[in-house]
Write a protein that binds this ligand. Structure first.
Ligand code: AHM
Ligand code: MG
Length: 334
């Protein structure tokens, strides 16, 4: 049961039993992500001071090398999860290959692997626009106690046991699911505590916002071009409003609250699409479905796609159910 004013820590403990393999391991994992998110949040908030404190590549006053924020976020999440020996493997959008965590005694019985996009939308940092972190958790398929293999990471999204995002926006929020709906927690920066602010989040069944980089219009598939024309047509409850931040987490977050659709199709420049199936689309698709929304590549449910490689890309249509269904209809008919 989600209670208003509950802290994230209290919520995790109280809802631990809802999780089917409840050994406390997943709760500890979410706790670690919460901690790393605070560290990254602190750094993201200082990004505007970079000209004063020194740019990436410089050495700061303590003699430490300044890092780019996406590199910093990557290291913060990997270090937090590795030091606590909570997972047996991590794959990150920032790393070519997955990381095996063997543990201090070369014995790691943990059951979970985490896939993470440590700082999504990082081109927005320099201009003070929201960025996010996206994470996805699976139970490993190979035997516990052995080093993880690629197979543990290449699981279809419908096998996720948890997924979520952190949005570093006007407020910092963690929004996540363990397969029992979606809940959102807002950070009170004064005391460093997340409070349940958005219990049981759901996408409105229909919406009036479409989010797509229309500058790429000429390169879109015909079905998407037709759907965009439909969104713009003066008819019934249309034209819809166009809103595109260029930061998936923020665009998704707004659309979930207000009702809308996010589209990143395949283009002639990116024939497979731009977004990554494992680090971006699967976790967002799991959240969308848990929030009564829908996610598709135009034809197939995102969560049913069998991944073939770690950094695989996929076209992504996600949001309010009726809007995604309409876009799929245009894809089919094109
Ligand atoms: P990134 O992982 O390099 O940050 O790219 C992902 C981002 C998404 O957050 C965003 O929706 C999209 O790329 C924006 O791409 P574009 O600038 O092509 O519209
Ligand atoms: Mg990304």
């Amino acid at each position: 049961m989600a209670k208003q004013n509950q802290t994230l820590g209290e919520f995790i403990i109280e809802n631990q039993g809802e999780f089917k393999y409840s050994s406390g391991e997943l709760s500890r994992l979410i706790n670690s992500i919460r901690l790393a998110a605070k560290v990254v949040n602190h750094e993201v908030n200082k990004a505007g001071l970079v000209d004063i404190l020194g740019a990436a590549g410089d050495t700061n006053i303590q003699g430490e090398d300044q890092q780019k924020l996406d590199v910093y976020a990557n290291e913060a999440f990997i270090k937090t999860l590795t030091n606590r020996e909570i997972v047996c493997g991590i794959a990150s959008e920032e790393e070519d290959d997955f990381i095996t965590i063997q543990g201090r005694n070369k014995k790691n019985d943990n059951k979970y692997v985490v896939l993470i996009d440590p700082l999504d939308g990082s081109s927005n940092i320099d201009v003070n626009v929201s960025v996010g972190t996206i994470f996805s958790v699976y139970r490993r398929v190979t035997p516990e106690g052995t080093p993880v293999t690629l197979e543990d990471f290449l699981q279809p999204g419908n096998r996720q046991v948890a997924a979520g995002y952190i949005v570093y926006g006007t407020s910092t929020m963690i929004v996540y699911t363990t397969g029992h709906g979606v809940n959102g927690f807002t950070l009170n920066p004064a005391i460093g505590t997340y409070y349940l602010s958005h219990p049981n989040m759901t996408f409105p069944e229909n919406g009036s916002i479409y989010s797509v980089n229309e500058g790429n219009y000429v390169h879109f598939p015909q079905g998407i071009k037709n759907y965009i024309k439909y969104c713009q047509k003066e008819e019934e409850d249309r034209p819809y409003t166009s809103r595109y931040i260029g930061s998936l987490v923020s665009d998704f977050h707004r659309n979930m609250i207000k009702g809308g659709i996010y589209i990143y199709p395949n283009t002639s420049k990116n024939p497979e699409g731009k977004l990554r199936l494992l680090y971006e689309c699967n976790p967002m698709a799991f959240l969308a479905e848990q929030a009564n929304g829908k996610a598709s590549d135009g034809f197939t449910r995102i969560l049913d796609i069998q991944p073939k490689e770690l950094h695989q890309r996929v076209p992504f249509i996600c949001g309010s159910k009726r809007m995604v269904e309409k876009a799929e209809e245009f894809m089919r008919d094109a």
